[in-house]
Design a protein around this ligand. Structure first.
Ligand SMILES: [Zn+2]
Ligand SMILES: [Zn+2]
Length: 185
């Protein structure tokens, strides 16, 4: 499969052939259908994320279909349309995570396309507990950017008065992202 790889900060992204990854326990293999470009991708390329792990496949605003499920994954099935959270995974156990603010978790935090290979490739791995099923009315290209903005806006106090249409959209996005639930019993 083809993957766009950034080997080091301040270098160019190169297209390379890679072996399709195999999902491990509680992981999914996603067939990427859309992956947005975010200012975060530019920051990554410019060396703005000291915690990035190079070489890395950028892209953290991903929507696609489940191609394969790893051991232990129960309710997510091949063929389901999902968005992959920009927050690749977090500890899942502390107060932040249990309270639904896992984007603020400081323990075991992994970021899609920064510390884990992201969506600028044909297939990618995702954590089975950090994907959101997509409504049929939302197409892949519309859903992809919500996986970043929706995660951040979903954290903390995003309920406010006088919501414009745009803010309303973000609320829908946050809801979509938060609809995810653990993949394994
Ligand atoms: Zn983003
Ligand atoms: Zn946590």
């Amino acid at each position: 499969m083809k993957a766009a790889i950034l080997r080091a900060p301040n270098s160019k992204v190169g297209i390379e052939d890679r072996k399709r990854p195999t999902p491990g326990p509680a992981e999914l293999l996603i067939r990427v259908r859309a992956c947005d470009v975010c200012h975060g991708d530019l920051l990554l390329q410019q060396g703005g994320f000291p915690f990035a792990r190079f070489p890395v496949v950028p892209g953290h605003e991903v929507a696609g279909e489940i191609a394969e499920v790893g051991e232990g994954v129960q309710w997510l099935k091949p063929g389901m349309r999902v968005g992959v959270s920009a927050l690749y995974s977090a500890c899942g156990q502390n107060k932040r995570c249990l309270g639904g603010d896992e984007i603020l978790c400081a323990q075991g935090w992994e970021f899609t396309g920064v510390t884990k290979d992201g969506g600028y490739q044909e297939f990618m791995l995702a954590s089975g507990s950090y994907v959101a099923p997509l409504p049929d009315t939302l197409d892949f290209a519309e859903a992809a950017p919500l996986m970043c903005a929706g995660s951040w806006e979903g954290a903390g106090s995003w309920w406010g008065p006088d919501l414009s249409q745009r803010q309303l959209m973000v609320r829908v996005a946050a809801y979509t992202v938060r609809k995810r639930r653990p993949c394994c019993g």
